[in-house]
Design a protein around this ligand. Structure first.
Ligand code: A2P
Length: 284
């Protein structure tokens, strides 16, 4: 579709993808079916979601129904924290096998730490470097067409930029009007890294925010579409997760309206450094 962003690898990535955390069969199959029907061409997975094989299976069964092939969809997965370092290469290859594909469009280091918690650990810097080297190797082999990171802070990004041979294509972090990530966006822009949002709906909590509801009335759109539109109108790709076919369809309808400049500013003024997910800034 036309709604894509250009990565620094030269590849195009859809501005909207389906988040798949917590999706299990038979919901996974139903969600992927609704998403493909609605025009989704990107799917965001991760080893820690423990459902890569379910997503791979659903795509294998459903792509032919829509006259599509593997090449028509953009598949992302991520390296789990406990496989950072020595285990990174094997873990990435396991993700490929679980998804049943011979390449991934994008593969991310899921979290800057070696433990899946916001804690410091002396192994972290060495493991991040070893993980990145493994990703670079698989990128050179064509198995990971683009490589990037998730939940990195500005300090983690600078460390990576100073040590990499292949620069990251993308950073995926929590992003919504209460967490505008001004510094991280500036760092990404400086380094030519695509900035991608997760939890655009604040895990659902932002759907009841009075300002979001006011803008929704002005746009005559549901609050979820307003929150997603707020991001893509700034060029930021989004990954709404839903298991409900109606909401999956609705979350795609964000390319046929604009939020006015004053309403964009009203939403951005909600910025208060509020997180619905873990804060990675303690992860040294
Ligand atoms: P559900 O799967 O029942 O649709 P986030 O992406 O910020 O983490 O938010 C995801 C949560 O928001 C999920 O619990 C999902 O629940 C819910 N959700 C996704 N899309 C919508 C929507 N259009 N309206 C209301 N809730 C939504």
């Amino acid at each position: 579709t036309a709604h894509t962003v250009l990565l620094n690898t030269g590849a195009l990535m859809p501005l909207l993808g389906l988040g798949t955390d917590k999706l299990r069969p038979p919901d996974m199959h139903q969600a992927v079916d609704a998403a493909l029907a609605a025009g989704y061409r990107a799917f965001d997975s991760a080893a820690v979601y423990r459902n890569e094989s379910d997503l791979g299976q659903a795509l294998k069964e459903l792509l032919p129904k829509y006259g599509l092939t593997r090449e028509d969809v953009f598949i992302t997965s991520k390296l789990g924290p406990k496989h950072q370092g020595e285990g990174a290469k094997e873990a990435a290859l396991r993700s490929l096998a679980q998804l049943g594909v011979d390449y991934l469009d994008l593969y991310l280091i899921h979290w800057p730490g070696t433990q899946n918690r916001p804690v410091s650990d002396q192994r972290n810097p060495g493991n991040r470097a070893r993980s990145w080297a493994a990703l670079e190797e698989l990128h050179a082999q064509g198995k990971l067409r683009a490589i990037g990171v998730s939940n990195y802070t500005p300090a983690h990004m600078r460390e990576l930029m100073q040590n990499c041979k292949v620069p990251p294509a993308l950073l995926q972090v929590e992003f919504h009007p209460q967490l505008c990530q001004t510094e991280l966006r500036r760092v990404c822009q400086e380094y030519g890294v695509c900035f991608q949002a997760y939890s655009s709906l604040g895990r659902g909590d932002l759907l009841n925010d009075p300002v979001v509801l006011e803008v929704a009335r002005n746009c005559e759109r549901p609050p979820a579409q307003v929150l997603l539109r707020w991001a893509v109108q700034q060029g930021v790709p989004v990954l709404p997760k839903s298991s409900n076919p109606d909401r999956i369809r609705g979350n795609m309808e964000i390319f046929d309206f604009d939020i006015s400049v004053p309403d964009m500013e009203k939403l951005s003024a909600l910025d208060c450094n509020h997180r619905y997910c873990w804060d990675p800034s303690e992860v040294a």
